[in-house]
Ligand binder design. Structure first.
Ligand SMILES: Cc1cc2nc3c(=O)[nH]c(=O)nc-3n(C[C@H](O)[C@H](O)[C@H](O)COP(=O)(O)OP(=O)(O)OC[C@H]3O[C@@H](n4cnc5c(N)ncnc54)[C@H](O)[C@@H]3O)c2cc1C
Length: 441
């Protein structure tokens, strides 16, 4: 059975690079399992950065295992009963409700990235994780017997290093032996988060923010706009995925004038125009870059692993980037417990084999949703509006990463060790159940 808290010390030393959700989850889960953790983060201080982020029930389970965290998250998360789909002209298509999903898979946690991050970060500190801010990792190294990093000119050594350093990961270069350059995906997202007081005053927009949280998607040709109210309608956030070929780096910091969005959304639903009018300028303009799946997430000596976005960036339409990052953290902690200190290289190899095909399958769901939404034939959609709905599948959302790793570690390692097999066989063994996956594609 999973969920054991704070096991006796394993003697395994883990360095985690990056205090995003991948790094914090890995650190908390490794600490719970009795490994000794040092977390290095380049930010000199914690800031409430970002806007809306989604954690599906598969990662909600992980939060719920951390004492007191659900109670802190619950008041700040989005709580609508479903997502209303509209055409870009404002015609209602249908509402996809979540009640049955929550019953089947558990609770989702969607809210402000900075606010959720602060709670998780504080939990890591409360349980005693050693977190050092202002430590930018400049280099990685490993030998047969240990692995480590250089940060601020200081050398830190451990048994394993987990590079959770996000989409522009430096750890990736160590693991791959070359720099993996991103390509432009041809899309970007305008994003924002603001107080909903103005929207509450206008009868055309008040329905989005009065009487509890609401969630609404407007779908248009090669562009979509999703708005959500949060904290009983008090806060409001929208994101708009649109075509963009600008060749600049991905970043959460780039500003974009509101007029850019107003121009792209000209002629759309008058309600949406009012939302735009109430939106403060500038927006955040997040360029969506694309990377081919990495051939491996682990270093040649199997003491350094990439986790989270460093290993596998996601399209937002998968609504799984943060959840898969957390699943990585929960999985690696189990693998190290199973391997023990003498065999951490086995644990690192098993981690990758347990996760690789599942993550790829989850990434594909985002590609599929964007295609469905952006390339719709509107006459067909009006006849069958439910063709637009998000597929909410049990292989993805009903998954318990910790339990899965507990149950499948031994078989995965046996495949990795069998000379007649190889990494591919171990990865394929952990492919999400094919019948369900095929039905979903
Ligand atoms: C500032 C910020 C705001 C974001 N806002 C949103 C949002 O609003 N909505 C959304 O859906 N997603 C957002 N994301 C992305 C989202 O958090 C991730 O896609 C997802 O949670 C996976 O997390 P991760 O831990 O793998 O990567 P990240 O969240 O990117 O975390 C990586 C961490 O590593 C640190 N780091 C990087 N390089 C080094 C280094 N050399 N040494 C030490 N530390 C290093 C970074 O400072 C960062 O804290 C944001 C990410 C960041 C960094």
């Amino acid at each position: 059975m999973a969920t054991s808290n704070n096991l006796p010390a394993s003697g395994i030393r883990v360095i985690v690079v990056g205090a995003g959700f991948a790094g914090l989850t890995a650190a908390i889960e490794c600490h719970r399992k009795g490994h000794s953790v040092l977390l290095l983060e380049s930010f000199p201080e914690l800031k409430l950065l970002g806007d809306i982020i989604s954690f599906a029930p598969n990662s909600g389970k992980i939060f719920e295992r951390w004492p007191g965290v659900d109670a802190k998250l619950d008041p700040i998360i989005h709580k609508s009963d479903g997502l209303l789909y509209k055409t870009y002209l404002g015609e209602n298509l249908f509402k996809q409700t979540w009640t049955a999903e929550e019953r089947a898979y558990g609770k989702a946690y969607n809210g402000h990235r900075g606010e959720i991050h602060e709670i998780v970060y504080q939990h890591a500190l409360d349980i005693g994780v050693d977190i050092r801010l202002g430590h930018k990792v400049e280099d990685y190294f490993e030998t047969e017997t240990e692995a480590g990093v250089i940060a601020n000119g200081e050398r830190f050594v451990a048994d394993v290093v987990l590079a959770a350093d996000g989409v522009r990961s430096k750890g990736r270069t160590i693991v791959l032996g070359y720099e993996d350059k991103p390509k432009s995906s041809g899309y970007a997202i305008w994003r924002c988060w603001f107080d909903s007081a103005e929207l509450a005053k206008d009868p055309d927009t008040a329905w989005m923010v009065n009487d509890g949280d609401k969630h609404c998607a407007w779908l248009g040709p090669d562009i979509h706009f999703i708005a959500a109210s949060v904290k009983n309608g008090k806060d409001f956030s929208w994101v708009c995925t649109h075509k963009d070929d600008a060749d600049i780096e991905e970043s959460w910091q780039f500003p974009a004038p509101l007029e850019d969005a107003q121009k792209a959304l000209e002629g759309w639903d008058p309600v949406l125009q009012k939302i735009l009018k109430a939106t403060p300028s500038p927006l955040i303009d997040w360029k969506l870059v694309y990377r081919d799946p990495l051939p491996t997430w682990i270093s040649p000596k199997r003491r350094t692993a990439l986790i989270g976005d460093a290993a596998h960036p996601f399209l937002p339409t998968s609504i799984q980037g943060a959840s898969q990052a957390m699943e990585d953290g929960a999985t690696i902690a189990v693998c190290l417990t199973k391997s023990g200190k003498a065999n951490v290289q086995e644990g690192i190899a098993a981690f990758e084999a347990l996760r690789y095909e599942r993550v790829r399958a989850a990434q594909k769901t985002g590609e599929r949703t964007r295609k469905t939404w952006h390339k719709a034939n509107w006459d067909e959609v009006r006849k069958n509006p439910e063709s637009m709905k998000l597929k909410r599948e049990s292989w993805l959302l009903g998954f318990d990463a910790e339990l899965y790793a507990e149950e499948h570690y031994a078989a995965t390692v046996a495949l990795l060790k069998d000379p007649s097999n190889n990494v591919t066989a171990a990865r394929e063994y952990n492919m999400p159940r094919m019948a369900e996956l095929a039905a979903s594609l």
